[in-house]
Design a protein around this ligand. Structure first.
Ligand code: PLP
Length: 424
């Protein structure tokens, strides 16, 4: 399908992103293709952060003075906005955390340690980010629960018939990424939730790579828990969200103890606060959380459907071009099953070396390494890969720069992997 302007977002939105338009790398405008690691921020988010620090900042839920009231109001309005953005029934189902990692650890430590017994099973997948593996390994060690992993099909999708076989009445929780940060695979989360619920298991969705790119409706999805990060959706780092069904969160003990999460403290004990405060001990990431509301506004003003269309057009373009490069192995499925990222590997060129030259010579920023999916890389028989990930400000010309860079850098390496010329 030829790429036309109707698939793409207007170029004019790039001017909202100062870093994209101001920065030169290798003497050329920056091509930022590392969005799956962290995105850039539009002026609207940066300006809100400045405005809050200049006019509205104080600690939240503490003071009775004007500034504290103002920052508390902004903080709670951000929570309301995120609840609407996710289709949640109540704002008290939205817990601010430090990010996806913080959100998953909260569930593992609070729900997991309370509810899992020896022999219970936690079902996750081989394509998970370490954030959705290690907390479950830790909780399994503590509780005696057993961790099982859904394997992949040959083309890098979840093997759903294996999933059905692994699912049983022993399964208490399924923890799965909605989009793989390495393969780009869009997983059939709705189907997974329906099947998990049929055996009485809960489902935690690691939505770090989907909330910024695809419309999410937690009620329609019937997700029990859903986790994501601010910095991957045009917001600041240091803040993320755990969505949880109210009755589940209500029944869970607080994860961290300290200020704000209590109703009353005695020398011999405490009673926890109501939701959501129960899970927000200490001073929260006040301004980052408030700034997430500007990120949500921005995403909604552009429209998630339009963002997805744009990313899919770029992905198809990149996939077609990369498929033509001899010796380059694309990881993961065909474009129709993937979101806006492509990881690839060369047999004899290390991803780090490759990405370094791509940056230094072409100003193209990509991620190289194991992308926090070491078990997946091991399974694929490689130790590292290079990942290009797209977002709403990327353009077709940037894919051309990536592909041109790849071809030239590849030619700099001798056929047996020895470099012919070190680029100057
Ligand atoms: N899960 C997935 C699928 C991710 O891509 C990432 C980040 O790359 C994380 C979890 C962890 O996110 P954070 O580092 O923001 O906690």
């Amino acid at each position: 399908m030829p790429l036309t302007n109707k698939h793409l977002l207007p170029e004019s939105l790039r001017s909202d992103f100062p870093i994209i338009t101001n920065d030169l790398v290798a003497g050329r405008p920056l091509v930022f293709l590392d969005n799956a690691a962290s995105t850039q921020r539009p002026r609207q988010v940066i300006e809100l952060i400045t405005r809050v620090y200049e006019h509205d900042y104080a600690n939240v839920h503490r003071g009775i003075h004007t500034l504290s009231e103002r920052s508390t109001e902004l903080y709670e309005q951000a929570r309301e906005k995120i609840a609407v953005f996710l289709g949640a029934a109540h704002a008290r189902e939205i817990i601010f955390t430090q990010g996806t990692t913080g959100s998953i650890n909260l569930v593992a430590r609070s729900w997991g340690e309370t509810n899992l017994r020896p022999g219970d099973e936690i079902l996750t997948t081989v394509m998970e980010h370490h954030s959705n593996l290690v907390p479950w390994q830790q909780v399994a060690t503590k509780t005696g629960a057993i961790l099982r992993h859904v394997p992949l099909t040959d083309d890098g999708r979840l093997d759903m018939s294996a999933f059905q076989k692994l699912l049983s009445e022993r399964t208490k929780l399924v923890a799965v990424a909605s989009v793989s940060n390495t393969l780009g695979t869009i997983n059939p989360v709705a189907e997974i939730i329906t099947q998990a619920h049929a055996v009485g298991a809960l489902v935690l969705v690691d939505a770090a790579q989907s909330v910024p790119h695809l419309a999410t409706d937690v009620v329609k999805l019937d997700a029990d828990f859903l986790a994501f990060s601010g910095h991957k959706m045009l917001g600041p780092s240091g803040v993320g969200v755990l969505y949880g069904k109210e009755q589940l969160l209500d029944a869970m003990p607080p994860f961290l103890g300290g200020g704000s999460m209590i109703n009353e403290v005695r020398l011999d004990g405490f009673t926890p606060a109501e939701l959501p405060a129960k899970f927000e001990a200490g001073t929260p990431p006040i301004v980052p959380a408030i700034a997430m509301s500007a990120a949500v506004d921005y995403l909604q003003s552009v429209g998630l459907a339009a963002i997805h269309r744009h990313e899919m057009a770029l992905t198809q373009l990149a996939y077609d071009a990369l498929s033509q490069i001899e010796g380059l192995r694309i990881l993961g499925p065909a474009p129709e099953h993937r979101a806006g990222l492509i990881s690839f590997a060369f047999e004899r060129i290390h991803a780090h070396e490759f990405a370094q030259v791509l940056n230094d010579q072409f100003g193209v920023a990509v991620r190289a390494g194991h992308h926090c999916t070491q078990p997946l890389h091991k399974l694929l028989g490689i130790s590292a890969s290079t990942r290009a990930s797209f977002y709403l400000y990327n353009r077709p010309e940037e894919i051309d720069r990536l592909v041109e860079g790849i071809r030239i850098v590849q030619a700099m390496f001798a056929p047996q992997g020895r470099r012919r010329t070190r680029p100057q």
